[in-house]
Design a protein around this ligand. Structure first.
Ligand code: SAH
Length: 243
């Protein structure tokens, strides 16, 4: 039986009850048309999930469930945002399995997102995580400049890659099967419409990010992070598949 899913804040769970807020009430009753006695799945977006039964006001926990849909690796995308279609990046990358999205303000980015935009993208990530039956909702971080992002994501503990079009550099698809092991943390940066400046590419190399290619074609700034996620998902899942 496929139950409808909804995301709660961890503190909404108290003992055997989940206290619903007005938005969740509306969503469950009016949008999903559920009523008292019906069941649904409540997820914290941080790895916990329960089958619940709706009561007139709240939801009662029936059983805890384990959701096993996450990638074997964590993937942080540093995305220098394009002017439009960021919704698509957030939605598609969440479906494929991204862990964290960091908006990066690079020299050629035009968009400096407002707090409203970030809230909107977090909401899209939540909806996409529900739809793809994920155990976690990816985090959308506050925007960082490229130097801030490069220093924050330390290449000593993580595999750090920097996607550049038009450079003669190894394919990400060649590198991942050799460098990836389960439970690894990947950090991968993609540029905006105008791409990276030569100075930014040098900064990335100095921060020990490895320059990588996604193939011979030039992908749009919206397509590149989605292509990156497909590769990370494909190789990490193939690596851990049981024979
Ligand atoms: N306007 C730039 C390209 C920008 S494409 C130019 O003409 O050179 C937007 C971003 O997507 C790039 O900065 C890069 O991070 C990524 N990207 C697109 N195609 C790529 C490819 N074939 N290999 C690696 N990265 C790519």
């Amino acid at each position: 039986m496929q139950y409808q899913r909804f995301v709660i804040e961890p503190e909404q769970q108290q003992g055997n009850l989940i206290y619903l807020n007005d938005a969740q009430h509306h969503y469950l009753r009016r949008v999903l048309r559920l009523s008292a006695g019906d069941r649904a799945v409540a997820i914290t977006g941080k790895g916990k999930a329960w089958i619940v039964q709706l009561t007139p006001e709240n939801a009662e926990i029936l059983t805890a469930i384990e959701i096993n849909t996450e990638l074997p690796v964590t993937v942080t995308l540093l995305v220098s945002l394009p002017k439009q279609e960021v919704d698509e990046i957030v939605r598609c990358c969440t479906e494929i399995g991204v862990t964290t999205i960091v908006p990066v303000l690079s020299e050629r980015t035009v968009l400096n997102p407002s707090a409203n935009k970030l809230t909107r993208w977090q909401r899209i990530a939540e909806e996409a995580a529900e739809q793809s039956e994920r155990a976690i909702v990816p985090a959308l971080m506050q925007p960082l400049t490229l130097p801030e992002a490069l220093s924050q994501y330390d290449s000593l503990q993580k595999h750090c890659y920097f996607c550049t079009a038009r450079h003669n550099v190894p394919l990400l698809a060649e590198i991942l099967p050799h460098q990836l092991t389960p439970q690894d943390s990947l950090v991968i940066a993609t540029g905006c419409e105008g791409g990276w400046t030569e100075q930014e590419i040098r900064q990335a190399q100095e921060a020990n990010f490895q320059l990588v290619s996604l193939g011979r074609r030039i992908l749009r700034a919206v397509t590149a992070p989605i292509a990156v996620m497909s590769l990370a998902a494909a190789f990490s899942e193939a690596m851990t598949q049981e024979p």
